[in-house]
Ligand binder design. Structure first.
Ligand SMILES: NC(=O)c1ccc[n+]([C@@H]2O[C@H](COP(=O)([O-])OP(=O)(O)OC[C@H]3O[C@@H](n4cnc5c(N)ncnc54)[C@H](O)[C@@H]3O)[C@@H](O)[C@H]2O)c1
Length: 410
């Protein structure tokens, strides 16, 4: 989308969202099931669809997608579901809430249209494709009374609840640094995320114009449609795919605002397969209050899985997942606290054991109670801004401050 088109889009959708925000909400009776629709029923959408089907107090009544195959797949999973080729028709239906699981560059459009239609919203992460869109969505959400959950599902984890209480109880002391990392591998010659283009993924079966959504027109490109994650026009790469989950966990544990500045280095080093977004990444985020957060990621080695380490003067919290144990060869997920002997000689290590909440059920419960869900729009905003600051630093090859990033285009 050009800058002008993006600004026009923001102005138009802002006006709509502001005055329509609570237009069509219905009052739910104790026995009413929450009626949900979904925009974008691809890989993640179908995961979320199964999660929703497991929540007994909700039902999936409609889906919208621009690719015929996805509508057929949804119907096989939910016989009788109403199917739309245009998300605006879905939003005209009798629904309480809408799940948005479209590609990143379409989140803001679907977010703003959904709350303008008076529906509650579950929006996949990262909340938006850009900082101006994140500001726009946050502003529209604040003017509405809609219940909004962001698809940062680790916000519902028991380990996060434990980490927050350990920090509040002073078990970590002064935390000045948090390290985080995420690593994956693929067979040689096969790039991470690359999807085959199905034989039916042709112009007749896809509304390509709706996918481009105002970006420069061009002939249908099935590879880009299936592999949108690899291209800046539609994606923010691994920073918006995975870093955002981990920094959300860290930022909400420490209640951090948007970063003051960001730096990111790396490149396309693992598989030079035509992708634009880097596969090898080192990010540094500076926060007010003397905290530095680092995140590293590779697609060429998986031994250390992913994790975060909060380094405090009194203790450490370490969360690790998917790392291959050197001795047993197994991988596990756990969150542990270790005291710092110099400042807490009588402490002993312990492990988090609070169970996780169901993130989807949390949204449905909040639709009834009108409470704020575990992953608020405000956290969606802060984490989107942090992720985009990192990408802007990478693309402009410089350290980027928040105020500069807000006005940058690349
Ligand atoms: N929370 C998580 O752990 C998690 C995991 C995976 C993906 N995601 C997020 O979910 C989103 C979708 O990822 P995916 O892997 O499912 O992508 P995908 O390409 O498999 O699915 C996207 C779907 O959106 C449809 N679509 C495209 N343009 C549309 C439009 N204008 N209107 C309606 N539908 C449209 C496509 O046809 C496709 O079916 C991304 O934002 C991704 O970051 C989140």
């Amino acid at each position: 989308m050009s800058n002008n088109t993006r600004r026009d889009f923001i102005k138009k959708t802002a006006a709509g969202a502001a005055f329509l925000a609570s237009a069509s909400a219905r009052v739910l009776g104790a026995n009413d099931r929450v009626r949900v629709g979904m925009i974008g029923v691809g890989a993640r959408g179908q995961d979320l669809l199964k999660q929703l089907l497991a929540v007994k107090s909700a039902e999936l009544v409609a889906v919208a997608d621009i690719y015929s195959r996805r509508l057929e797949e949804a119907e096989r999973l939910v016989p009788g579901v109403r199917k739309f080729r245009d998300h605006r028709q879905l939003l005209d239906s009798d629904l309480d809430g809408v799940i948005v699981a479209s590609p990143l560059h379409l989140h803001a459009r679907h977010f703003l249209d959904t709350i303008a239609a008076g529906k509650d919203l579950y929006c996949e992460k990262t909340m938006t494709w850009s900082i101006p869109e994140a500001e726009q969505c946050l502003g529209a959400a604040k003017q509405s009374d809609r219940v909004i959950q962001i698809g940062l599902q680790h916000e519902s984890s028991g380990a996060l609840a434990d980490t927050r209480s350990w920090i509040a109880n002073g078990l970590l002391g002064k935390i000045t640094q948090v390290e985080s990392w995420m690593s994956r591998n693929t067979p040689r010659g096969k790039g991470q995320w690359v999807r085959a283009v199905p034989a039916d993924c042709v112009a007749e079966n896809v509304n390509w114009k709706a996918f481009l959504d105002g970006r420069p027109d061009r002939p249908f490109d099935g590879y880009k449609f299936m592999n949108w994650r690899l291209f800046w026009e539609f994606s923010g790469g691994n920073v918006t795919e995975n870093m955002v989950h981990q920094i959300a966990w860290i930022m909400s544990a420490l209640n951090l605002p948007v970063p003051t500045s960001a730096y990111m280095s790396g490149g396309v080093f693992s598989e030079k397969d035509g992708r634009e977004v880097p596969d090898t990444i080192a990010v540094t985020l500076d926060f007010p209050g003397d905290v530095v957060l680092t995140w590293q990621s590779t697609f060429s080695n998986s031994r250390y899985g992913l994790g975060e380490r909060f380094l405090g003067s009194e203790g450490t919290v370490e969360h690790v997942a998917g790392a291959t144990d050197m001795v047993t060869g197994k991988s596990d997920e756990l969150t542990r606290h270790f005291p710092e002997p110099v400042n807490r000689s009588n402490g002993s290590p312990f492990t988090s054991n609070t169970p996780d909440q169901n993130h989807m059920a949390n949204w449905i419960d909040c639709i009834r109670s009108r409470k704020t869900p575990n992953a608020s729009v405000e956290l969606g905003y802060r984490t989107a801004v942090a992720a985009h600051m990192a990408n802007l630093a990478y693309r402009s090859k410089q350290r980027v401050a928040f105020e500069t990033a807000r006005n940058m285009t690349v």
